[in-house]
Design a binder for this molecule. Structure first.
Ligand SMILES: Nc1nc2c(ncn2[C@@H]2O[C@H](COP(=O)(O)OP(=O)(O)O)[C@@H](O)[C@H]2O)c(=O)[nH]1
Ligand SMILES: [Mg+2]
Length: 340
């Protein structure tokens, strides 16, 4: 056994021994890998943990395929998956029900939500998936939730602005997610210029089976009187943080949250048309921002890119119907004619 293993490492190892499900085991191994002192003496052990992780992930995938049901895995649907995260009673379920019309159970006692549940939020011409989750507790994340969080395209951190604990809970939540390498620490503007190493952070996150996920903070229950004062304090203490203020009792307040979610997902909507026909303006294809003609073609059909002769664009191009190259970068709401 290599020397210098820390108490955190031993705690994680203990959690691994106690783990029952594959998800719990994976989570514990990821934690071991994250806290293990990184030096020559632990290289073999690190390699060993990584091998065990790879094996468990394979096993997990095999189980998933053979029909083993994992309630913490939420199948992606629509233009993007947004996972709501927060403490009990902060208004997560209310937000999902109001934004999606999904029928979920709301109650003013904690822990009503035991497993993730999804609903689809209409936004202009697309549907965005919102995933309601069981709450974070003072002990951290309930088992399995980290995997739900890691699969999201965007996180919506939910705080109850009317609660005197909202600042503390927000800070605890941010710390927890930074520790788990799910979100990136927001640096001050000064530090941002020289110090930021997004690629390195992404690489480290991938080592732990995840990736850095963008997030928004939703400050709920703004209709309650206590919220005003707490909001002032939040803005003073965390001036750099954008807070999306909402109330499910004032539906008008939700429009800006919808828009913030769409913008944070960093996606573009592309309409296609057949030659000589009007465009189908009902159901756009959704691409990541920066997507090209080639990306569009591959998202339509695997061998479309090979057959593609030329493409014309209406919208972002200099003139309507301009013929563009395969690496032409599309913009939101462009209309594209693909000719094979
Ligand atoms: N006044 C007010 N109450 C809210 C709002 N959103 C949720 N609540 C209430 O807060 C309680 C907890 O809501 P719920 O959505 O179940 O929270 P969750 O535990 O985070 O899912 C319920 O009694 C809701 O009616 C809001 O915007 N304004
Ligand atoms: Mg709930």
């Amino acid at each position: 056994m290599p020397a210098n293993l820390t108490p955190q490492y031993h705690a994680a190892e203990e959690a691994f021994r106690r783990a029952v499900t594959i998800e719990e085991k994976i989570e514990a191994l990821q934690e071991m890998l994250s806290v293990i002192p990184k030096h020559k003496g632990t290289e073999r052990l690190q390699g060993d943990i990584k091998r065990r992780l790879a094996k468990l992930r394979e096993e997990g995938q095999r189980k998933a395929k053979s029909g083993g049901y994992n309630p913490f895995h939420v199948e992606k649907q629509g233009a993007g998956q947004v996972v709501l995260v927060g403490y009990p009673n902060t208004g997560k379920t209310s937000l999902v029900t109001t934004l999606t019309r999904a029928k979920l159970k709301i109650a003013d006692y904690p822990f009503t939500t035991a497993i993730p549940a999804a609903g689809m939020m209409p936004y202009e011409d697309i549907l965005i998936q919102l995933v309601d989750t069981p709450p974070i507790t003072p002990d951290g994340l309930p088992p399995g939730l980290l995997n739900t969080i890691r699969s999201g395209d965007l996180l919506l951190l939910v705080i109850d602005t009317s609660s005197p604990d909202c600042l503390e809970q927000l800070e605890a939540m941010l710390t927890l997610l930074i520790e788990k390498r799910v979100i990136r620490e927001q640096k001050s503007n000064l530090q941002e210029i020289g110090d930021s190493q997004p690629e390195l952070e992404q690489e480290t996150a991938e080592q732990f089976g995840g990736r850095i996920i963008p997030y928004l903070v939703s400050a709920t229950k703004m209709d309650l009187e206590e919220s005003g004062e707490n909001m002032k304090i939040l803005r003073e203490i965390m001036p750099g943080l954008t807070l999306n203020t909402v109330s499910t009792n004032e539906v008008g307040m939700l429009d800006s949250l919808r828009e913030a979610i769409f913008n944070a997902l960093q996606i573009i909507r592309i309409f296609t048309k057949a030659p000589g026909k009007p465009a189908d303006m009902e159901t756009p294809f959704v691409l990541k921002k920066g997507g090209t003609i080639l990306d569009l073609a591959s998202s339509i059909h695997r061998d479309f890119p090979n057959r593609l002769k030329n493409a014309r664009v209406w919208g972002s191009s200099r003139f309507d119907g301009q013929t563009v190259s395969r690496d032409y970068v599309l913009e939101d709401r462009d209309i594209v004619e693909l000719n094979v």
